[in-house]
Design a protein around this ligand. Structure first.
Ligand SMILES: Cc1cc2nc3c(=O)[nH]c(=O)nc-3n(C[C@H](O)[C@H](O)[C@H](O)COP(=O)(O)OP(=O)(O)OC[C@H]3O[C@@H](n4cnc5c(N)ncnc54)[C@H](O)[C@@H]3O)c2cc1C
Length: 262
């Protein structure tokens, strides 16, 4: 089975800041492999171990994202594709997905494409489904586990708000993955880090992928960030004092008043 995992390097923070043009301020921030993507890589490696095949990883990002791809190779991935060109600067999610889908078409026939469900910086969750749409293949989001692979079908466990569903999907397909609670991430071994240095690392520029170049970068991005701001802070709510029984009675009265209970 040929598996490709899309990975993104993200700032190691939950407090992302933007400049006046809505572009992320990356200066002074350490970068890490998006944790959703590391989970997808580890799940792909588990599938390779069980069913054979190879696992490639791909990013569309400036040169500095090499460390994220190297980490994937050190964890056990076989090959890395790094798409990097000034032509991609300022890409929104649609232009990013378009370029990724062209690169995927260019480099090979993959049976399975995996991605994180969302990136911890942009956090739109657009890329996986959009790439699948451009490639004309089915996709499943919120995939917590690949249960089984049989012939040209995979059975996956996909999370719902109040449970999960089992979905069988025909290959080739794209799975956007989310780590289960308490997932224990692996650290690359010393041997893995050394081996990674000799694994195939392929650089691709805009000219290396066939497509409509007017759809790359800022010019090919139909969305513009008009304003970025943190959500308003929640008020602390009402604090009931007094003894336990009085507080419970007050809470019940409030819930009745708001028609939460009758
Ligand atoms: C108008 C506009 C302008 C922008 N300009 C810039 C800019 O100048 N510079 C900049 O850095 N960003 C810019 N962005 C943000 C950029 O579009 C997003 O970082 C990118 O498209 C990914 O979206 P996301 O972070 O929401 O990923 P999500 O859709 O949440 O990511 C889901 C998954 O998709 C995969 N994925 C996401 N991005 C990539 C990638 N690049 N390569 C491989 N796999 C990936 C990963 O597996 C990830 O877990 C801009 C966005 C907009 C809307």
């Amino acid at each position: 089975m040929k598996i490709l995992v899309l990975v993104k390097q993200v700032p190691d923070t939950s407090e992302v800041k933007f400049n006046e043009n809505g572009v992320m301020i990356r200066e002074g921030l350490q970068s890490i492999l998006n944790m959703f993507d590391q989970f997808a890589v580890e799940e792909a490696l588990r599938i390779r171990e069980k069913y054979g095949g190879e696992v490639s990883v791909m990013t569309l990002a400036p040169e500095q994202a090499k460390s994220a791809l190297q980490k994937c190779l050190a964890l056990g991935a076989d090959k890395a594709y790094h798409i990097s060109d000034r032509a991609f600067g300022g890409s929104d999610t649609l232009a990013t997905s378009y370029a990724l889908s062209l690169a995927i078409k260019k480099v090979g026939d993959f049976d399975l494409i995996m991605a994180g469900n969302q990136a911890t910086d942009g956090d739109t969750g657009h890329i996986g489904p959009q790439v699948a749409q451009f490639l004309g293949i089915p996709h499943v989001s919120y995939v917590e586990k690949i249960e089984n692979v049989e012939g040209d079908k995979v059975l996956v466990k996909s999370l719902l708000e109040d449970g999960y569903r089992m979905i069988e999907v025909k290959l080739p397909a794209l799975l956007a993955c989310i780590p289960p609670p308490n997932f224990e991430y692996s650290n690359p071994s010393m041997m893995g880090i050394v081996k990674a240095k000799n694994k195939p690392y392929v650089w691709l520029k805009a000219d290396d992928i066939d497509g409509d170049k007017s759809r790359f970068g800022l010019n090919g991005s139909p969305t513009r960030v008009m304003k970025m701001y943190p959500p308003p802070k929640r008020s602390r709510g009402e604090v009931f004092t007094g003894n336990y029984n009085e507080a419970v009675k007050k809470i019940i009265d409030v819930l009745k008043e708001k028609k939460v209970i009758s």
